[in-house]
Design a protein around this ligand. Structure first.
Ligand code: HEM
Length: 216
């Protein structure tokens, strides 16, 4: 099982992630051109990027200022979720062994702290979905599944690193859950990683250049 997830399935996961993301973006561009050309006509770089900037800076949007705890947790969740796998020493060793490429690594204690942050933030987001009335109202089973898909690689990676449970089994689960996450990104609502920028650019263009109003 380990050899399978470490070998062929890893290739499949990267191909599905990169190929699927390119296909989804290309299809969206095709749709915009064919069916909704006004989206392109009204694209405004200044207004579009101003909106993106407001939404990627903590507390840059009104909604974030109204919900400070959620904002902090959500930013920590995303920052740690994206940076930890890229700069983790163990991952970089694998990249080097397989492809002779290497880049900066975080000290191991920092990766460990960031992993715990993802897990704790995931628990916060889960509890919020269950207890916050207005969030529960718009929550379906898929939201829990997607949250689990995002957090599992961190939980299993943490357990494998500390070797508190059967190491090889946990490592296999870790690789498998990471592969599931990668393959889920282009085809589930995790695709907001790709489309967040375009949605904000579109909204920023429309609000900023057409309605002359803020969208943050
Ligand atoms: C770089 C790109 C990304 C951007 C700009 C982004 C942005 C956002 C935004 C604006 C939200 C909604 C509000 C919030 O929870 O903050 C959100 C939610 C979420 N994101 Fe991302 N995201 C990115 C990448 C990812 C990735 C790579 C994953 C996991 C694979 C992920 C997992 C989630 C999850 C699970 C939620 C829902 C949290 C909940 O249950 O409320 N995001 N993201």
């Amino acid at each position: 099982m380990y050899d399978f997830v470490r070998g062929p399935l890893l290739w499949v996961a990267f191909i599905v992630f990169i190929g699927g993301s390119i296909l989804r973006l290309a299809y969206l561009a095709y749709l915009a051109k064919k069916k909704d050309y006004t989206v392109l006509t009204y694209a405004n770089f200044r207004a579009g990027f101003r909106s993106i900037l407001h939404w990627i800076v903590p507390f840059g949007a009104t909604n974030m200022r109204l919900r400070p705890v959620f904002t902090i947790v959500s930013f920590l969740f995303h920052i740690c979720l994206i940076l930890t796998p890229i700069f983790l020493l163990a991952h970089n060793v694998v990249w080097y062994q397989s492809w002779r490429i290497s880049w900066w690594t975080f000290p191991e204690w920092l990766s460990d702290v960031m992993t715990v942050i993802v897990i704790l933030a995931g628990i916060y987001l889960l509890v919020r979905r269950m207890v916050c009335k207005e969030v529960r109202y718009v929550t379906s089973a898929s939201d829990y599944v997607l949250l689990a898909i995002a957090v599992m690689p961190f939980l299993t990676g943490f357990l494998a690193y500390h070797q508190w449970l059967a190491y090889k089994a946990m490592l296999t689960l870790h690789i498998l859950s990471g592969e599931i996450m990668l393959m889920a990104i282009p085809f589930t609502r995790l695709d907001h990683m790709l489309f967040f920028w375009l949605t904000r650019f579109y909204m920023g263009s429309e609000f900023g250049a057409v309605r002359h109003a803020k969208d943050w």
